[in-house]
Write a protein that binds this ligand. Structure first.
Ligand SMILES: Cc1cc2nc3c(=O)[nH]c(=O)nc-3n(C[C@H](O)[C@H](O)[C@H](O)COP(=O)(O)OP(=O)(O)OC[C@H]3O[C@@H](n4cnc5c(N)ncnc54)[C@H](O)[C@@H]3O)c2cc1C
Length: 508
């Protein structure tokens, strides 16, 4: 198809991918700029079918209450909490936007997508116990983490985590950092509801449409070439702004756009596997998201956790993740994805990582060699009486870890990176962690960087949606208390709404 004027459709904004990131950006933009036309293109036939699907991620509302990789040990033995504060602050931004959205009919019943579940850190052995004692000491006096408990008593451990206590040898000391107000989130449902809002407020959402190419025009706009995968026909859309919310597919598309900001970036795919419990009795006896410590040499995203899930109103339980490996950048991707992403401008970054990340490679190889009984053995650290028959192996989403140029080589990063062109006409999100929980702050960042002149005029509306915008809640306790109370109520997260009390069914 030629790109002649007659066949070119025009829109203000193209969002590539129907995952939580595009859905969030679409919902934000719709409210600050209702007159803009917005088109979403998704290659699959449904929203949130890649990483944002509830069983493709762990659904943890990451706020550093339980994830030990955000509270590393300092050289002097103390516990550093700066990263934890940052993640928690960003999660508060998401909570506020979701609360506003519930109160303003953007989102429906909050229990469809967010539910209260205790967040718990778990260690054992004298060293691990001491670490959690110090972590509790450092965090519990901080306003964002008030109420966190330290538990090292085996009877209390057994009362709170009966499944983890069964058959445990308590001569190996255990400790917990326990916070009642953690959350489980169904990011798939959240994505669908945000996109439904975008659709009913005039957005155009095309499923089964794959974006093939992006070409910059002399006026700064973009020609977006899209293929309808059902009919094989192509469409060309002229957009003033493009957001590449394609998850693992973002790197190749940003490379195709040719923007200089993507030079040097590469991606390293790691797939995740979970064990999903199919025994209703076990599911009913555990109610917490319990995060342990990564084993030596393993990357932070491999931290094992035993997770209560609430999906479609039903309780579930998963353990993992175990790492898998394929060269695909999406779960539904191609085996050529990794190879095709290697460019002259990122070759040295990628080779550099190949040399420096030998421990990751060794870890992946050991994970790939694990059998079902090997996986159950790993789970025994959490569930000493685990039995393989109670668990099914499921394949989770694909993560593409960011490789960034550093010196003559490259570094592997475990976070997310917003890559935006200098002129603000295109932006995309790379990486997977802390991921969906911080989608609102990530998308506000995109808006600020790409629309500097509009952003000031958007601020009053944005502050209605996120009252703490521009303020550090960790330094403003009164505002934190205010937005916390508001979001607890708006999102139905107070005690009366825990799954136990709200009659959520317990299912395999
Ligand atoms: C194992 C695992 C566990 C995780 N656990 C958590 C957790 O507990 N808490 C948390 O907050 N986060 C977690 N995450 C991260 C979180 O899932 C992701 O950060 C988030 O879902 C990414 O959303 P996204 O919209 O960027 O991408 P996705 O949800 O992957 O959506 C991208 C969409 O783009 C589409 N697409 C790709 N290429 C094209 C193209 N060319 N044209 C059209 N469409 C295209 C894809 O089909 C897909 O639907 C986890 C991730 C994994 C893999």
């Amino acid at each position: 198809m030629s790109n002649n004027a007659a066949t070119i459709e025009k829109t203000d904004v193209v969002l590539i991918g129907a995952g939580i990131m595009s859905a969030t950006l679409g919902a934000l933009l719709r409210q600050v700029q209702p007159d803009w036309s917005i088109s979403v293109f998704e290659r699959l036939d449904a929203a949130a079918a890649e990483s944002s699907d509830p069983w493709n991620n762990a659904g943890t509302g990451h706020s550093a209450l339980c994830e030990l990789n955000y509270t590393p040990r300092a050289a002097d033995g103390s516990v550093e909490i700066a990263k934890a504060i940052d993640i928690n602050e960003r999660f508060q931004v998401s909570r506020q936007f979701w609360s506003y959205s519930v109160e303003n009919n953007v989102l429906a019943n909050p229990s469809n997508f967010i539910n209260p579940i205790p967040h718990v850190s778990f260690t054992h052995g004298a060293d691990g116990v001491e670490y959690l004692r110090k972590r509790h000491e450092a965090l519990s006096r901080h306003p964002l983490f008030e109420g966190m408990e330290y538990i090292a008593d085996k009877d209390e451990f057994s009362r709170r985590l009966p499944l983890m206590a069964k058959g445990r040898d308590f001569s190996d000391p255990v400790a917990l950092n326990w916070t009642d107000y953690g959350t489980d989130i169904d990011f798939g449902e959240l994505t669908k509801e945000l996109l439904a809002y975008l659709g009913r407020s005039g957005g155009d959402i095309a499923f089964g449409h794959e974006v093939k190419n992006l070409t910059k025009q002399s006026d700064g706009s973009w020609l977006v070439k899209v293929r309808n995968l059902r009919t094989g026909k192509s469409r060309v859309i002229n957009a003033k702004f493009v957001f590449v919310g394609a998850g693992g597919g973002a790197l190749p598309l940003l490379q195709k756009s040719g923007i200089k900001e993507i030079a040097g970036f590469g991606g390293f795919p790691v797939s995740g596997l979970f064990l999903r419990c199919k025994n209703p009795e076990l599911i009913a006896r555990h109610e917490a998201k319990v995060y342990g410590q990564a084993s030596v040499g393993a990357p932070p995203m491999s931290v094992p956790h035993l997770d209560t899930r609430v999906i479609n109103g039903e309780r579930g339980l998963l353990f993992g993740p175990y790492a898998g490996w394929t060269p695909k950048f999406l779960k539904d991707g191609k085996n050529t994805d990794l190879f095709k992403s290697v460019r002259p401008n990122n070759l040295f970054s990628m080779l550099g990582v190949g040399v420096t990340e030998m421990s990751l490679v060794q870890y992946l190889v050991s994970e790939l060699l694990k059998s079902q009984s090997g996986r159950v053995e790993v789970m025994e650290e959490f569930l000493p009486r685990a039995e393989g028959k109670d668990w099914d192996l499921i394949i989770a989403g694909q993560r593409v870890q960011v490789i960034r140029r550093k010196g003559a080589g490259g570094v592997l990063e475990l976070g997310t990176a917003v890559v935006a062109a200098e002129d603000g006409t295109i932006a995309g999100l790379l990486g997977a962690s802390p991921g969906a929980s911080t989608c609102v702050s990530a998308m506000l960042d995109v808006m600020k960087r790409c629309f500097p002149s509009e952003f000031a005029s958007w601020e009053p509306k944005l502050k209605e949606m996120v009252p703490s915008l521009g303020v550090k809640l960790s330094e403003n306790k009164a505002l934190f208390n205010e937005v916390w109370d508001w979001s607890q109520k708006a999102l139905h997260l107070d005690a009366a709404n825990t799954p136990e009390h709200s009659g959520v069914a317990s299912h395999a």
